[in-house]
Design a protein around this ligand. Sequence first.
Ligand code: 5GP
Ligand code: MN
Length: 322
Amino acid sequence: MTLLRKSDRPLLIAHPRPDGDAIGSTLALRLALVAVGKHPLVACVDPLPANLAYLPGADSFLQEVPEDVDIDLVVAIDMSDLKRTGGIYRESWRERYPLLVIDHHETNAAFGDVNLILPHAAATAMPMTDVIVGLGVAAQDEIATCLLVGLLTDTRGLRTETTTPEVLRAVGELIESGGDYHGVMQRTLDFVPYRTMRAWGVALDRLRLEDSMAWTTLSRSLKEELQIDDHYDLDLGNLLSRVAEAQVTAAFIEMRDGTIKVSMRSRPGYNVATVADALGGGGHKAAAGCTVDGPLETAVNRVLNLLREVVREPVDPVTSVP
Ligand code: 5GP
Ligand code: MN
C-alpha cells in the first residue's frame, strides 16, 4: 500500500487474453487511483473481449508501452509470473521501478518487491478490494461494478468451490454500494459473441470423453474458418468443465505460431494446477492453463498422459478446497 501511496504514475498491467478478473481488478484500481489524484496507466497486450469493453476506463488500455515511459511503479495484476505480462514488462525496469504484485494464484512465486497475494481467494478482486479501501477510497458505484466483474467471472457466476460465504458477503456489499450486478450478468457473463458461440459448436462437435477426462481441440485452420483470432479467449475451458462424466477437462487451442494454449478444469478433489505448473503455466487446483509446443496431437497426448495421473490420484478433498 505504501508503494501505491508514494507513486504518482503507476503502470497497471493485466495478463494477455484478459479475463474479467484481470480487467475488472485493474480498472477498479485505476478508478481508485484517479480518485485520489494519481495518474495511472493501464496496459494489456491483447484487446479487451466484447464482454468487458463497456467497463469504465476500458478504452484507456495501452497495448504497447515504450521502454522509456514516464512511470514510477509497476503493478502486475492477476498473474502468477512476469511472463504473463506478455512482454509489456521490461527487464530494465527492474532496477528503476518497484514491482507490486496483486494476485490470487496458488502458483504465484511472489515475484514482486511487494506481494499482495491471497492464494485461496476466489478472485484477485478480493485482495484488490482491500487495496482500494486501504487507499481510503470507497468500493462503490463504478469501482464496485468492476470488482463484481472479477468476482462473478472467476467464480463462473458464484458456482465454484471458491465461492465462500465471505465472497457472497463481498458481492452483497458491492451491490449495496452501487455495483451493477444484473448489468454484469447481462453484459459480461451472458454475452457470448455469435462467432464465439459458433466456435463452441465446432469445438463441442469434436468433444471426446475417456477415463473421466473430456477434451476437445480447435486447430488453426478451424479458427481461421470461424474467424477466431488468437487473442480471443473462447472460454472453452469453463464450458467443458460442466461435462457430467468428467473429473478433469481440457481445451486445446492452436495458436498462429503453432503453440497450443491448454485450458484445464477439474472437479473438487482433483488438482490440475500441478500439471499446468509442470508445463510452465500456472493457475489453481480447479482451473489452470499453460501454453505448450505443437503439433496439436503431440500436445494432446502429452497433457492427457499427465491428466490421467491426476484422475488416478485424487487429492484429499478436505485439503483440496481452494
Ligand atoms: P484459462 O484456462 O481460463 O485460460 O486459465 C485458468 C487459470 O489458469 C487462470 O487463473 C489463469 O490465470 C491461469 N493460466 C492460464 N494460462 C496460464 C499460463 O500460461 N501461465 C500461468 N502462469 N497461468 C495461466
Ligand atoms: Mn485472470
